[in-house]
Design a protein around this ligand. Structure first.
Ligand code: DQQ
Length: 536
């Protein structure tokens, strides 16, 4: 539909048409990265859920393959819902996914490739004796879903998690298996958090505390912490915490109980949900996918004929400078799309001003920027505490912020998405930095949900204020301080499109000037198209 053509992304993964949601079963096999995804082949709204399938050599250029699994059995007649892949040491691949049965019961099913010598893994077989796990007593059969990738315990048996809820607490149930057909429920839970509601798309994986290498999912031992992530159904937000996994008791304990799953850190503070990682044995990285949901109406999605996009895959590492969060960073392969770059050094942005950056087209960009506050004693000079505890609009001016970039802005600044830092001194004298994306003026379209997104970001004493932004027509992925805090924006500009889209620096602080140094690349489009199967 030409009316919405500018919203189509140029280098993010999205199907040719119709609805997509969660990423499913990501894996690397025989030279190809595989992405499956929740997909409605018939419409641009959720329903009739199948597993779409695409492959890539580099996580950036994608080829669509035939649907991997469709809801054609009693044990998944209501939809082939979310699941995960496990690569077994003997070379086999297993997928566990949630089937919504013909009676709307959520069960866990097993599937495997028909032909392991096919690198494209085109054909999938559903185990005839599915389901392999049914809802246990005491669990609502409509709240029992999204099996994780399996990991092997010290006793040689595999474990998986399934998310659910009991009395308002989000929970991760744990199952053991040696063959992926017979599963035994474990008496305890891996973890539960009061008041967090249904946990969807639980993810559980080790991170190395002393290197930036990704870890295979079964790794435990010294120098390893475990990340537990849950997608909170009530909030539609992905929360995680870092903690310690005890492989003998099969329990996990958060490092900071006050910042437990659902209470502290978000994987992404923007429009982002149902994320899932996988270990890429090809390069030794742990890679994170996430679903960017729409914020327009179903009516508009039907009119434009498609809905939703996946993020650029991100590498996940442990932040050993703070010791208390993960870092997320776009896979380096995205840099192969970089075309010519423009550099700006030490641009002064005075309090209360905006500076146009003359870069030509501004709809497909990779932006790297460093800000410094002019006058090193400015932070100490701030006397009055300004207790800002959450992101406010970019028009909310205080002494030390906000300052940042105006993205996908038209030249009169009638449409714009500010991405910014805002520093505040709290009543105890300490400085807090927020990283925010203000989408309230991102579109003149009326029926779009618009708000300010963001959260706190640690800026250490020896660090400048740094951001990396990937801009792709209607998506902005923003990474602060090397990926400590991340915000994905799904926006619908009506004027700041094609050649009318501009990029500005801005500083709305009342008390300080800032200087900015930037490198900005124009980004090529990626090839994302059907696999030429008939030519094989
Ligand atoms: N989406 C799937 C479920 C999952 C939810 C259904 C999360 O399996 O819990 O499409 O977005």
């Amino acid at each position: 539909n030409a009316m919405f053509a500018w919203q189509r992304t140029a280098f993010h993964f999205q199907p040719e048409k119709n609805w997509m949601n969660d990423p499913d079963g990501p894996l690397y096999y025989m030279g190809w990265y595989h992405l499956f995804y929740q997909y409605n082949p018939d419409s641009a709204v959720w329903g009739n859920i199948t597993w779409g399938h695409a492959v890539s050599k580099d996580l950036i250029h994608w080829l669509y393959l035939p649907l991997a699994m469709v809801p054609d059995r009693w044990f998944d007649a209501g939809g082939v819902w979310t699941g995960s892949a496990t690569l077994l040491p003997d070379g086999r691949i297993v997928i566990l996914y949630t089937g919504d049965t013909d009676e709307s019961i959520q069960v866990q099913n097993l599937a495997y490739p028909a032909n392991l010598s096919d690198p494209l893994l085109i054909e999938w077989v559903k185990y005839p004796d599915n389901p392999v796990i049914v809802p246990p007593a005491g669990i609502n059969p409509e709240e029992f879903r999204d099996p994780t990738t399996a990991w092997m315990g010290p006793d040689g048996t595999w474990r998986i998690l399934v998310g659910s809820k009991v009395d308002g607490s989000g929970i991760a149930l744990i199952y053991q298996t040696s063959n992926f057909t017979a599963f035994e429920a474990q008496p305890g839970l891996l973890h539960a958090v009061n008041g967090t509601g249904m946990w969807e798309c639980v993810d559980f994986y080790p991170v190395s505390t002393n290197s930036s290498n990704g870890l295979e999912t079964s790794v435990v031992g010294p120098g390893v912490k475990h990340v537990l992530k849950a997608s909170l159904d009530d909030l539609k937000k992905d929360y995680y915490a870092i903690g310690t996994y005890d492989p003998v008791s099969d329990t996990w304990t958060p490092d900071d109980p006050e910042a437990d799953v659902g209470m502290g850190l978000q994987v992404d503070y923007g429009r982002y949900y149902a994320s899932k990682t996988f270990f890429d044995q090809n390069t030794g990285r742990r890679i994170l996918w996430g679903w960017i949901n729409e914020t327009d109406t179903d009516y508009d999605d039907l009119a434009k004929g498609w809905a939703s996009v996946q993020t650029i895959p991100r590498v996940v590492t442990f932040d050993n400078k703070t010791g208390s969060n993960i870092l997320e960073w776009p896979v380096e392969e995205v840099e192969s799309l970089r075309l010519n770059s423009t550099e700006f050094d030490d641009i002064l942005v005075e309090a209360g001003s905006a500076v146009l950056l003359d870069i030509g087209m501004a709809t497909q960009l990779d932006i790297s920027v460093e800000f410094e506050i002019e006058g090193s004693d400015a932070l100490e000079a701030l006397e009055e505490p300004e207790a800002i505890i959450e992101c406010a609009t970019a028009q909310n001016r205080t002494t030390l912020g906000p300052f940042g970039l105006l993205v996908l802005a038209d030249k009169s600044l009638s449409e714009l998405t500010p991405i910014y830092f805002h520093i505040a001194k709290s009543t105890n004298g300490s400085l807090t930095t927020l990283f925010c994306a203000d989408e309230t003026r991102s579109s003149k379209a009326l029926e779009v949900f618009k708000k300010v997104y963001g959260g706190p970001v640690a800026v250490l004493d020896d660090e400048k204020f740094t951001m990396r932004l990937l801009v792709d027509h209607s998506i902005i992925e923003s990474f602060a301080q090397g990926g400590r805090t991340v915000i994905t924006s799904r926006i619908y500009p009506t004027e700041a499109i094609y050649g009318a889209a501009k990029l500005f620096l801005f500083n709305n602080a009342t008390g300080v000037n800032v200087t900015a140094s930037l490198e900005i690349w124009q980004m090529n489009s990626a090839f994302i198209r059907p696999f030429p199967l008939e030519e094989m």
